[in-house]
Design a protein around this ligand. Structure first.
Ligand code: GTB
Length: 222
């Protein structure tokens, strides 16, 4: 039996891989786990049946037999724990990879999300033009520290881990914001992440949905 994840039937990101099913697809590809995708509409996500699976009526969800999960971080962590490849075997390496997973979600993503929300919902507000530079500064403060930590290293720990996977998907959300460009080592870090074959497969699969092919190439056993 293959796990089933949910993804947007029609993603507002137009196939750019910015919705949160992308990180789950990428994790599944990294560990070479076959999976199925159930595409859902915005209407279906708000129905009681779906909300029994996801209390907030969002994507992604994950079902594997009787096991049901929501929250992309919890899903990616579960995948990393079930398979080898995304968590180092040594104690410190594993603990640090988990710390970076949480740092991506709890420390770096929030100011990026706040900027996104402002762009979506506050464009017509009087304060908009003053607010964006403030939000950019908050993001820059995080990126500054992240950039310093990474230095010229390839990944945040000794090897690619679930922490890098999450951090790269979070940083990708800055595309077009003109903030990441101040940090050449982070640009190179994201480029290394998206150059991974597993990332490319995951990206192609979610793009195929946008291009109307449906969930056709979502299994990794290839
Ligand atoms: N904390 C949850 C998690 O990490 O799983 C957040 C899940 C979430 O926000 N899901 C979004 C969703 O289902 C899709 S990814 N939204 C529908 C709703 O809440 O009704 C967020 C997203 C959406 C669109 C773009 N985009 O167009 O670029 C990027 C990211």
């Amino acid at each position: 039996m293959r796990p089933v994840i949910t993804a947007f039937e029609a993603s507002p990101d137009r196939g750019e891989g910015l919705a949160r099913d992308m990180r789950v697809r990428w994790a599944l590809e990294e560990v070479a786990a076959a999976y199925d995708v159930r595409l859902v509409s915005f209407e279906e996500m708000k129905e009681p049946a779906y909300k029994r699976l996801h209390p907030f009526g969002q994507i992604p969800t994950y079902q594997d037999g009787d096991l049901e999960l929501f929250e992309s971080g919890a899903i990616v962590l579960h995948i990393a724990q079930q398979h080898s490849g995304l968590l180092p075997k040594d104690g410190q390496g594993r603990a640090s990879a988990l710390a970076w997973l949480f740092a991506a979600l709890n420390t770096v993503e929030p100011p990026i999300l706040e900027r996104e929300q402002a762009r979506f919902y506050e464009r017509d507000k009087l304060w908009y033009d003053d607010r964006i530079p403030l939000l950019d500064d908050r993001i820059r403060a995080r990126l500054n520290d992240l950039s310093r930590w990474l230095g010229e290293d390839e990944w945040l720990g000794d090897t690619f881990s679930v922490g890098d996977l999450m951090m790269v998907t979070v940083l990708r959300r800055l595309a077009g914001a003109g903030v990441l460009e101040d940090f050449p080592n982070l640009i190179a870090y994201v480029a290394r992440g998206v150059a991974r074959p597993a990332y490319k497969r995951a990206f192609a699969d979610q793009l195929a949905v946008f291009n109307g092919a449906g969930p056709t190439r979502h299994n990794t056993a290839r």
